[in-house]
Design a protein around this ligand. Structure first.
Ligand code: SAM
Length: 251
C-alpha cells in the first residue's frame, strides 16, 4: 500500500524515490504484480506493475476506488515537545489511530530546547514517519506536521477548532467522555458530521497552573483521562482513541 500524491494519473501512476526502491528492491515486486496506491487525499486505486526503470516504476491502474477510511472528526494532536524520540512514537501511533495533524508546542516545562536550525531536518523525519504509518494503516490521508508553536501561538490557534480538549491529570470532575458525548450528539443533531478537534497534551513535567488558567480562558475544555498518571506520549493516544470511539468512527 503506497501513498503517491504527485504521480496519480487516470490510467497509470508513476512512483519515484524511496517508494520505487521499496517496491522493487524491498518488496521485490515484478511486472504484473498488483498493489494499492492512494493519492494521499481521497482516491485509491488497485494497480499492476508495468515498467521498472532505474529510479522509477510505472503501474497501470486496474480499478479506481474511493474507499474512505478517514474519520469525519478531524483530530489534531497538540503536544508539548517531549524528550528524546518520543514524538516519533506519538506520530506513528496517532497516525494509525486516525489523527489528521500534529502541532508540537513549547510550554513552561518543556525540557527540550527548541532549535530552529534543526527544525527542517526534524520536520522531514516526522513527515516520513507520518507517511509510513499512513501507508501501513491504509489511510487515505497523510497527517500534516505543523511547525512548533510558542505557548502564545497555541492559545491563539484554539479558536480555529470546534472543540479543544486540554488533557489535565488534576482534573477531577470532568472526564473526556463528559465533553465528547454531548459534543458529538450536538453535531449529529445539527447534521454536521465533520468537526475539527484539538487534543492538547503537556510535557513530562505537566502544565504550570498559570497555563491551565490561560488555556481554559482561550476556550479549551479541561478533561481527565482516568485516575492514573499517564506518560506524555500515552495521553494523546488514549484521548484520540476515546474521542474517535465516542464519535462512532471506530469499528
Ligand atoms: N505533572 C505530572 C507529574 O509530573 O506528576 C505528570 C504530567 S504527564 C506525565 C504529561 C501530560 O500527560 C500531562 O501534562 C497531561 O496533558 C497528560 N496526562 C497524563 N495523565 C493524565 C490524566 N490522567 N488525565 C489527563 N491528562 C493526563
Amino acid at each position: 500500500y503506497f501513498v503517491a500524491p504527485e504521480q496519480f494519473g487516470e490510467q497509470y501512476i508513476e512512483i519515484t524515490g524511496q517508494d520505487a526502491h521499496h517496491i522493487t528492491k524491498v518488496m521485490r515486486q515484478k511486472p504484473g504484480d498488483a498493489f494499492i496506491v492512494s493519492d494521499g487525499v481521497s482516491r485509491e486505486a488497485l494497480v499492476q506493475l508495468d515498467v521498472i526503470e532505474d529510479k522509477a516504476v510505472r503501474a497501470i491502474i486496474v480499478e479506481h476506488r474511493t474507499l474512505d477510511r478517514e474519520p469525519a472528526m478531524q483530530v489534531a494532536i497538540a503536544q508539548s515537545l517531549p524528550k528524546g524520540d518520543k514524538m516519533e512514537l506519538i506520530i506513528q501511533k496517532c497516525t494509525e489511530i486516525g489523527a489528521v495533524a500534529f502541532v508540537p508546542f513549547v510550554s513552561e516545562r518543556t525540557v527540550v530546547q527548541y532549535d530552529a536550525k534543526k527544525e527542517a531536518k526534524r520536520m522531514e523525519r516526522w513527515g516520513k514517519i507520518a507517511k509510513e504509518a499512513a501507508e501501513q494503516s491504509h489511510r487515505n490521508l497523510v497527517p500534516s506536521i505543523e511547525r512548533a508553536l510558542s505557548w502564545k501561538e497555541l492559545l491563539q490557534s484554539i479558536e480555529a477548532y470546534d472543540l479543544a480538549l486540554f488533557c489535565y491529570e488534576n482534573e477531577q470532575g470532568t472526564e473526556l467522555r463528559d465533553v465528547a458525548r454531548p459534543f458529538v450528539e450536538r453535531r449529529l443533531a445539527d447534521n454536521q458530521r465533520a468537526a475539527r478537534v484539538l487534543i492538547i497534551v503537556g510535557p513530562e513535567g505537566g502544565f504550570a497552573s498559570r497555563e491551565v488558567e490561560e488555556i481554559m480562558q482561550a476556550g479549551a475544555k479541561c478533561v481527565g483521562l482516568g485516575r492514573r498518571i499517564l506518560r506524555a506520549e500515552t495521553a494523546g493516544m488514549l484521548a484520540l482513541g476515546c474521542l474517535l470511539y465516542e464519535s462512532g468512527e471506530m469499528g
